[in-house]
Design a protein around this ligand. Sequence first.
Ligand code: SF4
Ligand code: SF4
Ligand code: SF4
Ligand code: FES
Length: 369
Amino acid sequence: MITLIIDGQKITVPEGTSVLDAAKKLEIPIPTLCHHPKLSPYGGCRLCIVEIKGMARPVTSCTTPVNEGMEVTTTSPYIERLRRTVLDLLLTDHPNDCMVCEKAGDCTLQELAYFYGLRELRFQGEKRIYTKRDGNPFIERDTEKCILCGKCVRICDEIQGVGAIDFAYRGFKAKICPPHEKDLDCEFCGQCVAVCPTGALTGKMWALKGRQKDIREIDTICPYCGCGCNLTLHVRRNKVIRVSSKEDTVNEGWLCAKGRFSYGFINSPERLTKPLIRIAPKESSEFGVRSSGLNSSLVTRHTSHFKEVSWDEALDYVAERLRDIKEKHSPDAIGALASARCTNEENYLFQKFMRAVIGTNNIDHCARY
Ligand code: SF4
Ligand code: SF4
Ligand code: SF4
Ligand code: FES
């Protein structure tokens, strides 16, 4: 273990801990842009600089490991002036179009510019101009807003194991792009979008649907597979407009493309929201069912085959048919397929129902295939 002093406070941390992480343990805030706790240290943005007694120049706290007896100063007029200059330089070549940016209100760069009061920029120079030209279906790439923090590159490589994007060119021309500057063609997990600290990467389907301040967050579980990742639905006017995931969850904030982008069905007008019973012509008079409150396209498509019923009617019907088949043909005439899209508990109950209530072992699961 290593003992050091940060802003006059003593702390003991394991060897190899960065100065940034040691400061975090003491709840001392140090601004960062390129740092992510689950990615390899990069040291690109220079915002996390601190002074260390005995060192000639400030060092980046995210890449500097602690040393026995180290004395660290995280803030001083000198350090704050340097951080301000770093931000000033970043914003010099930034579109500054917060009034129309999707990320406004949830953007680390914007927050830091506000914190440092950077209204007037000191430096003027050439700006990078890029056309937004990416035909991929999910991710909007606005390279002019990229601050080259490299988080997207690292997450795609180190966490996702895909390596779909990387730095290209050098100096002023440096940019992040897929190989040969082609359109992004990857897993579309959106991890890169989730970690981008600016509006350079956003979801295409989020555009103009609502910003962070407009939304209500609702935590839930992904309905797509048995991994059961935690989702946070961003809801505006009772519509899901975005999905994210929190870091302190079982999936650590990571999602796949289905969890992150495949939520369109929730607001689909074609979604089934009431039970339907298939009516064979000879049975059509038996069920006294109410007429449809479903949207017209569904009704038009199914009028001749399905009738909308209440849950009670649907459950009574299913129970009656199962009892009927069991009595006439034995329990083994009935089989059931469970689903990976149900929870463990639902699947457990389903097999229990088939074995204990119906009396058959004819139960299987789609995931087995
Ligand atoms: S969406 Fe996922 S796979 Fe595609 S570039 Fe981003 S992190 Fe990589
Ligand atoms: S696209 Fe975003 S995450 Fe990637 S380097 Fe640029 S600012 Fe950083
Ligand atoms: S986000 Fe992907 S991996 Fe996670 S539960 Fe949903 S479908 Fe499964
Ligand atoms: S956070 Fe340390 S250099 Fe960017």
